[in-house]
Design a protein around this ligand. Structure first.
Ligand code: ADP
Ligand code: MG
Length: 336
């Protein structure tokens, strides 16, 4: 016998999530009640995952649960904030309890790591769609924003980029990777690491920040537009994982790093006078400088010889076209 909407809420979305003393009333009433700290601002973000658009159809339910929260935490990280509460709007085609249990366990795993309480939501029937709203705190007037980059600021990335794109290419069998590499990049796609501690550490140091969901060029482009500036980046400085370096030619790797999305690293800018503070705030191996903000509008990519690198150049056209197609499809369908 299939279970009801209320059984789903009771069995999978009310118990066993982190408890917080600032939650007065959680799942079960018409709305949640929370106490917010007087000396903070609220930071609120929402992100939706849709099957076939944001994750491939055969993705494991525990990975879907994990990723649904991870992408939201990444937005909180990009603001330099600390997450506290979330709501979950779950639309699913049926009441498959095995699926629900695994989905809930993946979601709970990351909720525990990040100490986020599930305080409410909505449960409906339809094509598989997961919307999480996340709410966090930041010190008054200290949130990182997309605007604020100034000519002369360095442009930096946390971690490595291109891995999730390579993971998607591997899943979609657009290329074949050695088994251990395949595992690594597919994990990067399914279980991205939200850079929460890095985001917090960058408050008061970075002049702007964004998380990379749609690809470095697209997301750095948002910083440039919001800040009214341009930039030059050096493609040979792009931080690439061993998996990407071992699997792709340099040019293809750069294209992945520049255009494929879903890495959820932070891209941020730091004024020259804050470089020392940056060195003290983050371990040297956790971030890489890739370029400089300039007065002249637009984004320029240079190779190690100072020559202009044109992303998605022919030579790799067929391969790149497929890759870009996948990501632009994702971008078009993103709701944010
Ligand atoms: P209402 O009909 O008043 O909107 P619902 O029946 O939709 O209430 O929800 C009952 C309670 O369960 C509410 O507290 C709601 O926030 C919570 N809830 C519903 N779906 C979910 C979910 N997927 N995850 C967490 N809480 C949920
Ligand atoms: Mg409701």
């Amino acid at each position: 016998m299939s279970i009801t909407e209320f059984d789903i809420i009771t069995n999978y979305f009310s118990k066993d999530y982190p408890k917080r003393s600032d939650v007065i009333l959680g799942v079960g009433d018409d709305a949640a009640l929370c106490t917010m700290p007087a000396d903070k601002q609220l930071v609120i973000a929402t992100d939706t995952l849709i099957e076939n658009v944001h994750f491939p159809p055969k993705t494991r339910p525990e990975d879907i649960g994990y990723k649904a929260l991870a992408v939201n935490l990444s937005d909180i990280a990009a603001m330099g904030a600390t997450p506290a509460w979330m709501t979950l709007a779950l639309t699913c085609p049926d009441t498959d309890e095995t699926w629900l249990s695994k989905f809930s366990s993946g979601l709970r795993e990351l909720a525990e790591t990040s100490q986020v309480s599930l305080i409410g939501g909505d449960t409906t029937k339809g094509s598989l769609t997961i919307t999480i709203q996340i709410i966090g705190f930041v010190n008054i007037n200290s949130a990182l924003q997309r605007r604020g980059a100034k000519p002369g600021d360095g442009i930096y990335l946390t971690g490595t980029v291109g891995d999730a794109g390579l993971g998607l290419a591997s899943i979609e069998k657009r290329l074949v990777l050695a088994r251990p590499l395949q595992k690594i990049v597919e994990m990067r796609l399914h279980r991205p690491t939200p850079r929460l501690s890095e985001g917090k550490a960058l408050c008061g140091i970075a002049s702007s920040a964004i998380d990379i969901s749609d690809g470095l060029m697209a997301d750095l482009g948002h910083i440039l537009k919001a800040s009214g500036v341009g930039a030059t980046i050096q493609v040979d400085k792009l931080p690439l994982s061993k998996a990407v370096r071992d699997s792709l030619s340099a040019e293809t790797a750069w294209n992945f790093a520049l255009s494929s999305g879903d890495d959820y690293e932070l891209c941020f800018t730091v004024p020259p006078e804050n470089e020392t503070a940056l060195k003290e705030a983050l371990p040297a191996n956790s971030y890489t400088r890739i370029g400089t903000i300039e007065r002249r509008n637009g984004l320029r990519c240079l190779d190690s010889n100072g020559r202009m690198f044109m992303p998605q150049e022919s030579g790799y056209e067929h391969f790149i076209k497929l890759n870009i197609g996948a990501n632009s499809r994702q971008r078009r369908n993103r709701t944010r």
